[in-house]
Design a protein around this ligand. Structure first.
Ligand code: C2G
Length: 143
């Protein structure tokens, strides 16, 4: 017999955004934590053009970073992040309950609080894409 799931409360949808270059366990832990409060976790992945605007030099192109995020069990959907401003329309279009980032962005997106809940989670210590790049460079220099 088919079980009918009646949802008594509206779905909780969470959005976070990032570059997610050289995907590491800091990214994994953030996304796992963000998938807990909600029914759906949407990840805005910065396009290569937007990274140029952000002044970020990426190792992996957008399509690879997107593919990795889409393969994560805790991620429901990946959307391209193309501008700083698009968050406001994303919040409305996806009917978001929560916008969340790691606390290295604490305060940066408080202006979105008129539209939705904004939270900042503690970053995972001792790992970053920049640090990984340096470690790879050191290995290359000593190889
Ligand atoms: N992060 C984390 N722990 C780490 C490293 C990163 O929790 N050790 C989190 C960051 O706080 C961020 C997310 O992982 O919330 C993605 O980090 P980046 O790829 O560095 O994202 P960034 O380039 O800062 O882009 O519009 C927002 C921007 O797109 C953010």
């Amino acid at each position: 017999m088919l079980a009918v799931i009646s949802r008594t409360r509206p779905a909780t949808t969470v959005l976070t955004c990032g570059t997610f270059d050289l995907y590491h366990h800091g990214h994994v832990r953030l996304l796992q934590r963000l998938s807990e409060p909600g029914d759906e976790l949407i990840v805005g992945c910065s396009t290569d053009q937007f990274n140029d605007i952000k002044g970020k030099r990426c190792v992996m192109p957008f399509f690879q970073r997107r593919e990795i995020l889409e393969a994560c069990r805790c991620v429901s959907r990946v959307i391209p992040e193309e501008t700083w401003e698009q968050k406001r329309s994303d919040i409305v279009n996806y009917n978001l309950s929560i916008f969340a980032m790691g606390d290295d962005w604490a305060g940066h997106f408080d202006d979105l609080r008129d539209l939705t809940r904004v939270i900042y989670l503690p970053r995972t210590k001792d790992v970053s894409t920049t640090e990984l790049k340096e470690r790879i460079q050191q290995r290359a220099n000593t190889a």
